[in-house]
Ligand binder design. Sequence first.
Ligand code: CAA
Length: 694
Amino acid sequence: MTDKVNYRRLGDIAVIRIANPPVNALGQAVRAGLQDCMDRAEADDGVRAVLLVGDGRTFIAGADIREFGKPPAEPHLPDLCNRIEASPLLVVASMHGVSLGGGLEVALSAHYRVAQPSARVGLPEVHLGLIPGAGGTQRLPRVVGSGAAVDMITSGRHVGAAEALALGVVDEIREGDPEEEGLVATRALLDKGMERRPVSGLPSPAPLDWDAVYAATLKKGRGQISPAAAVRAIQASTELPFAEGLAEERRIFRELMETDQRQGMIHSFFSERAVSNLPDLRGVEPRAVGHVGVVGGGTMGAGIATAVLLAGLNVVLLEMTPEAADKARNRIAGNLAGALRRGKISQDRYDTLLSDALQTTTEYADLSQADLVIEAVFEDMAVKRDVFSELDRICRPGAVLATNTSYLDINEIAAATSRPADVIGLHFFSPAHIMKLLEVVVAEHTAPDVTATGFALGKALGKISVRAGVCDGFIGNRLLNACRTAADHMVLDGASPWAIDKALTEFGFAMGPFAVSDLAGLDIAWATRKRLAPHRDPRERVGRYPDRLCEAGHFGQKTGRGFYLYEDGMRAGTPNSDVTGFIEAERAELGIVPRDFSPDQIVARYLLAMVNEGAKLLEEGIARRPLDVDVVLVAGYGFPRYRGGPMKWADMTGLSDVLSDIRKLAEGDAWFWKPAPLLEDLVREGRSFEALNG
Ligand code: CAA
């Protein structure tokens, strides 16, 4: 027994309580404690049943992820599960909070499962690049059938208690204290003489068309292998005796444990939690926010207002004219209708959000009581400064004044007010009520409690918030510009935009950069290019072919024509051959003889540009840690989560290889490919980006 697992005897029932805060992860000490307590119960005269229960907020959240990648220590979880199931005593699990991964596997090794109505269960290992490794792929199908097991295990989704009861994952739902309710259920089972019921003894589940299920899962994973690997393990449960199925599961689990995808996903898991854990904000109280003002009701402003409403806060949205205010209200109503359709809100809530929680106005004075105002107007410095000087005039002292600019200098915006300490950037991503990322951009004079308020708002909105400093594009757009430039150079040198998009989606990106440009609107990047043109160094290589498209009035999806052609209402396009003409003309003008690029070369150049720029951001302090860069790219830019982000990719590739590839590219374009000094330092010192994550 250890202090992480307690043993208590109540008559003929032994209560084994797991107490390993915060989430009762099954680290070595917990496994050893559970084993000792099971031994003790079996040796304890007169004990007839064991009740497993979790202390604190949850039953068991799974294996201790921090132990992955280290040498496994005994007792191993699969053996422990078998040992619990094989006990001659009746074993009951009383589940509250979450029972995930190894937590559900322990529960499935018990002979009976009771759950609180609010409990959730699941086998989310695929999101860590793994499959369940302690019998989950063998026991769950025996309980719920092959089809439901494939759904639960390949999606990794959390299943609520009611559904878990309907599927048979839990036997009974009881509301109250988990231990007391577990004891009542165990008592009743003993009284009616309930026999032990080991899941491994249940008949094998019916087979499916496994090759078809495997192929469909592989396709859906967009390059992620663990869900498809899980299908093969579930298949084993239908074809092999239990013990052999377990061995097959173990084999696949071990294989996945050695992959870069497992490393990438676990890096993402911890990084997503680490981004909002900033040492300089410890002990800093955020300002209270109940009323939020939004200035501008276009796609972005309406999306932000929707996100804020869905978080339960009141919104006053300011527009220039009553017509524009009506349009903004309609956009918000449309967004909320989507949430209603997806079952995120009820009809009642939809009605109250629109009638009570949202106010639209054309008067700045209506923002006077807002605790925080988010400006989302046109990307133009003069317009933004006007808005902020009005806000400065009208807002109450202590109100946080935030801009949603994606590129502009927030210090300059803040200087339009008499209170720069209250000014911050809150950079949302479109559609703002759906995209997970929020860049919290801290300007020169931003007060710490204003930064803390930005993070607190992000949390209330269910976002992943990342701290960034002020520069052109902050973290995400600056990296995007760098790799977009690398892509443009490849186009000038011989690759087609469509080949580049294809190589990058095959790498796992949600979309390629040219399809993204079409979605965002080509006019936006055009305006940026024009804005930056006067400041460009003559050595900078800038493709002109996208300007030709814009000059012809083709702005991507919104005009039906960009790098792709979009049929009426279609989101996916077919290559626009006009673009080839523009590219070929430019190559001829520049005397470039086009060369071939393999998909690997395309991906490598794109990522090398990202990594080099990421290292520069770190040097400049725009991003504090490599993991911040990784999370921005994964949560906001479609970088495949299973690869962990660009800086993790660089670490896994090896920084000295990354640097030597960048140096080779610099032989052709010394301006663009100048290696980041930080990268050179790390290679010289034999260190990795991980070493900077703290
Ligand atoms: N191992 C180690 N630490 C864990 C953990 C785990 N399984 N689950 C959560 N934690 C840690 C988090 O890192 C976080 O730590 P910090 O406070 O230091 O940042 C802390 O517990 C609280 O977690 P959250 O901030 O995420 O809290 P939450 O309330 O929002 O969510 C949760 C709780 C739903 C359990 C969520 O943390 C979660 O989904 N955890 C992962 C669950 C999981 O994937 N389990 C399967 C593990 S793999 C497995 O079990 C393999 C096997 O078959 C052998």
